[in-house]
Design a binder for this molecule. Sequence first.
Ligand code: SAM
Length: 277
Amino acid sequence: MTAREALLFGGRLLGGGRGREVALILAGACAWPVERLFLEPSRPLEPVAWERYRDNLKKRFAGVPLQYLLGEAGFWSLSLRVDPRVLVPRPETETLVETVLELADGLERPRIADVGTGSGCIGLALAVELPHARIHATDVSADALAVARENAAACGATNVFFHRGDLLAALPDEIKLNFLVSNPPYVATGDLPGLPPEVRAEPRLALDGGGDGLYFYRRLLADGVDRVRPGGLAVLELGFGQGPAVRELARGTPWRPLPFRDDLAGIERVAVFRREP
Ligand SMILES: C[S@@+](CC[C@H](N)C(=O)[O-])C[C@H]1O[C@@H](n2cnc3c(N)ncnc32)[C@H](O)[C@@H]1O
């Protein structure tokens, strides 16, 4: 079986328009740079690479995310290791990172919590951009933290500190924050079975936002009052259409809404609140 034949085989199996995915899966299975498939189309595959390739094509066909099969995902300027222990970082989450960077501009040594860090994508992007910040990344999942720690080592980030535990309770009491940042699980429990297979392949713990999808916003805003310094900010990623409900959660609390941000698709994506004194 040559590289060209294998590409044709994969294209037939996955269907039209997915040539790039097929090439990435094949290159990954062969441990070749993807260009080699096109520069040396007659090159034969090792039997073990062919087997790995067929296996990964079947998994992809069944809905396993491409990034899990490749073992990596691009986020911000980083290439991160990902596997089924963590959510695949989404491009819209970069809007959250951009928002924090804009709001942190001029602060000398901001203390930032990335609650529910998963792969570490948010905390690590902030750590790379804000080398003088101290980033505290938390997750309740020991599996996710193992992946995040590996990613931190690969990025050479030395200003990220990992804590395992339930939301902000994971942090030592003395840590007071300038920024509470989170992309929490926000899918309503009843909507989980209707998600596409690719999303259902991700950890349920990373998706399930309780009966109305707002469980984690309620808790983060309530617990954050004592954790975030007066004048500090909460910057939270939103699911589709959740902005008004999350704004409402802050009514009558010390959290004053600032303008929420849209992602590149024009969807309201990032909630921003200032902690009033
Ligand atoms: C939507 S994922 C976000 C992952 C990553 N920050 C990102 O943006 O791709 C939510 C994360 O919150 C974590 N999580 C769920 N419940 C938690 C809790 N009670 N305390 C801390 N982390 C929690 C999950 O393990 C998961 O890693």
